[in-house]
Design a protein around this ligand. Sequence first.
Ligand SMILES: NC(=O)c1ccc[n+]([C@@H]2O[C@H](COP(=O)([O-])OP(=O)(O)OC[C@H]3O[C@@H](n4cnc5c(N)ncnc54)[C@H](OP(=O)(O)O)[C@@H]3O)[C@@H](O)[C@H]2O)c1
Length: 263
Amino acid sequence: MLSVDLSGRLAFTTASSRGIGFGVARVLARAGADVVLLSRNEENLRKAREKIKAESDVEVSYIAADLTKREDLERTVEELGDIGEPDVFFFSTGGPKPGYFMEMGMGDWEEAVDLLLYPAVYLTKALVPAMERRGFGRIVYSTSVAIREPIPNIALSNVVRISMAGLVRTLAKELGPKGITVNGIMPGIIETERMIQLARDRARREGKSVEEALRDYTRPVPLGRLGKPEEIGYLVAFIASDLGSYINGAMIPVDGGRLSSVF
Ligand SMILES: NC(=O)c1ccc[n+]([C@@H]2O[C@H](COP(=O)([O-])OP(=O)(O)OC[C@H]3O[C@@H](n4cnc5c(N)ncnc54)[C@H](OP(=O)(O)O)[C@@H]3O)[C@@H](O)[C@H]2O)c1
């Protein structure tokens, strides 16, 4: 019987103490991979580790680091060196500052690049040499459907995240011959703490209940509901497994059908 089996693999997942990153780490662990978590807050990391250990008999380590800090990125690579050589690299990060284009200063643009692009590039450069040596690697960057259909009020995300699609295509060509696949996922609206907070803010601004604000988010989704973080994880696990061996250079939406364009 076919199965998504990641036993014997080591997966490094960033922004993974909560939300999408946690959902992905949890599913990779359920599929048998040892996982390394990363986020800023050690308490969040400890709780995430406990939750994963409670349901999966795998090794779970964590690194407390801020992806926007260069010194933390250097230390992350050092600490990873003591843990092992990841076969799977799932990159996600915190959300950039919301707002319209004219509200964003040049400093906001620099911060968005430091959050959304720089750490992905830095960590990829650090992880690829070991993947090349072993002739195997799976890299998956999480972005957003906003790169296909810009979402109002998140100008930084709409613009800067598109660079990740360029990174995916570039690396798919450069690293494919070395046995490393590189893909991107575009989550739609996923039920996370951050998403619920956005719904609360919207409800306050528009004078409606949180339930109504959540209904506004789900209305354009044909499946009629928000996604679960684990539903991003199922795709990452598939791509990371032997079953995903021919998926390379793809940008895949996981959005319940929300994107309405044909391509
Ligand atoms: N939820 C959605 O509907 C959705 C859809 C498309 C795209 N996205 C994007 O996906 C990403 C994750 O969203 P989410 O909803 O899962 O958010 P979330 O629930 O707030 O979780 C964010 C995770 O990232 C960690 N984190 C935040 N900033 C960090 C930093 N500078 N360095 C290291 N770790 C950091 C947080 O842990 P600590 O606080 O401990 O650092 C937490 O584990 C965001 O970029 C968001 O814009 C979300």
